[in-house]
Design a protein around this ligand. Structure first.
Ligand code: NDP
Length: 434
């Protein structure tokens, strides 16, 4: 990638942005033409095969975050999001972190977990022993239910049994849950795992004497974790009003608050998900699955807490770390035929699933850094309202150059609301007609 074409990307007009992505080697000529011809839309035939009662497409802006350096590799990151300021904040944070060596990531393993959950198990101990003894046979049957994933090098690899204890206070009886650990290779694997669970359920019933109530993967993907870390020298954090050390300490303190206070933690983590969801969505992955798993992971201690940790090292640098469960795929679902998802994968250089995880977790860390840094210094509204002003201008009916004109006046207005935007637009139009 030749990043010289991408400098001051945000200042270029729409067509020049696309051209510079082409010149930098991020997109192909064909992709450039598709973007310029605005033909990234789903066609109605594909749409009606994807969902039931299809009536049209719901458009979401697709943008790119700049300046990412992940494991020493420069990357442009596609993001699908309707909220202003997220991509600007992402690129800003990535620039600071990139100038300090960038993100260093780890992905230990990529395993999905399927559950066969049984009710009315007559003898829990006997059932548990029977399942443990039949482990190889259960795994073989799971693999027979989805042989192609075995041919691809994956498949069911391990199992364990969990007793879900009864809760006499609420009258809930005990259940037994058999967990199968599945390597789904490049796929997120929901359908692969679900097929396996349905395939082995009758045999598990035979072994346990219970009735299989549920046969599906869990979205709590605790064996599909990705971590990103960054180290930022304090001097890079300096603002007009605060020294670098003050900003560093305030970021650490703000994260302490999000670690002990769920009210703050939810908002802190929402900021992380601004970035995570945008890449998950752009890459055609199931963002509901990621959202559900991430928030469960934030509660793993028994209390909902900050997902990031920020601390200082001996040199006084700010050290950030984020770990997320990220069961994303590079195949499966609509990834291989959704035109915008295909483009997103191409922009990232067709990453393997583990690399896509590394990108997403790094974006989450950057997004958190940008949000907390802004919060503990000038406040979030300065940057946010500046960009939000454009949305208000569009809502007020501004078109073409008038959008920026209305936004510029609105930015300096005391009241930044829709009515004010409408009044500003009216004044501009009246001036225009004079
Ligand atoms: P698919 O059902 O599309 O299965 C993956 C497909 O990718 C298979 O057809 C497989 O082919 C193909 N493939 C090609 N190359 C590879 C490779 N290298 N590694 C693995 N597979 C490969 O998708 P998933 O099983 O991933 O399921 C994801 C979908 O399931 C998402 O759309 C999600 O929304 C949905 N879903 C989610 C649920 C949840 O999260 N709770 C529940 C139910 C559905 P082959 O078969 O030839 O191996």
């Amino acid at each position: 990638m030749d990043t010289t074409h991408l400098t001051k990307f945000y200042k270029k007009n729409h067509d020049d942005k696309i051209d510079s992505l082409f010149l930098a080697g991020v997109i192909s000529k064909k992709e450039k033409d598709r973007l310029l011809d605005r033909t990234l839309e789903l066609d109605p035939e594909t749409g009606s095969h994807m969902i039931e009662n299809y009536i049209g497409n719901y458009s979401m802006p697709l943008g790119v975050a700049m300046n990412y350096m992940i494991d020493k590799e420069e990357l442009v990151v596609p993001m699908a999001i309707e909220e202003p300021s997220v991509i600007a904040a992402s690129s800003f944070a990535a620039k600071i972190i990139g100038s300090a060596g960038g993100f260093k990531t780890t992905v230990i393993h990529r395993m999905m977990i399927g559950q066969v959950t049984l009710k009315n198990v007559p003898d829990i101990e006997e059932a548990t022993n029977n399942v443990a003894e039949a482990k190889q046979e259960i795994l073989s049957r799971a693999n027979e239910a989805y042989p192609s994933i075995v041919k691809r090098g994956g498949g069911a690899k391990n199992l364990d049994v969990r007793l879900l204890e009864d809760d006499t206070d609420s009258g809930i009886p005990s259940y037994l849950s058999v967990h199968i650990h599945v390597d789904t290779q490049e796929a997120m694997g929901a359908n692969i795992v679900n097929t396996m669970m349905e395939g082995i359920a009758p045999y598990i019933e035979e072994l346990t004497g219970g009735t299989a109530l549920l046969r599906i993967l869990t979205n709590y993907a605790t064996e599909c974790l990705a971590t990103s870390k960054c180290v930022i020298p304090a001097h890079k954090l300096k603002t007009q009003d605060f020294s670098g050390e003050e900003v560093r300490d305030r970021i650490i303190e703000a994260t302490q608050v999000a670690t002990i206070d769920p009210y703050r933690a939810v908002t802190h983590n929402k900021g992380i998900m601004n970035g995570v969801d945008a890449v998950v969505l752009a890459s055609g992955n199931d963002w509901r699955a990621i959202e559900a798993g991430v928030h469960a992971y934030a509660s793993r201690s028994g209390q909902y807490r900050s997902l990031t940790s920020w601390s200082k090292n001996e040199a006084g640098d700010l050290v950030g770390e984020l770990t997320l469960p990220l069961p994303v795929g590079t195949v499966g679902g609509s990834i291989s035929f959704h035109p915008a998802a295909k483009l997103a994968h191409s922009i990232m250089g067709h990453p393997k699933a583990h690399k896509l995880e590394r990108v997403i977790v790094s974006v989450g860390l950057a997004q958190n850094f940008a949000a907390v840094r802004a919060l503990v210094t000038e406040g979030i509204q300065k940057g946010h309202m500046g960009l939000h002003a454009r949305s208000l201008a569009i809502s007020a009916g501004a078109k073409g150059d008038h959008v920026q004109q209305v936004a510029d006046i609105l930015k300096h207005s005391k009241h930044k609301n829709l009515q004010r935007a409408k009044n500003i637009l009216l004044n501009i139009l009246e001036e225009f007609e004079k």
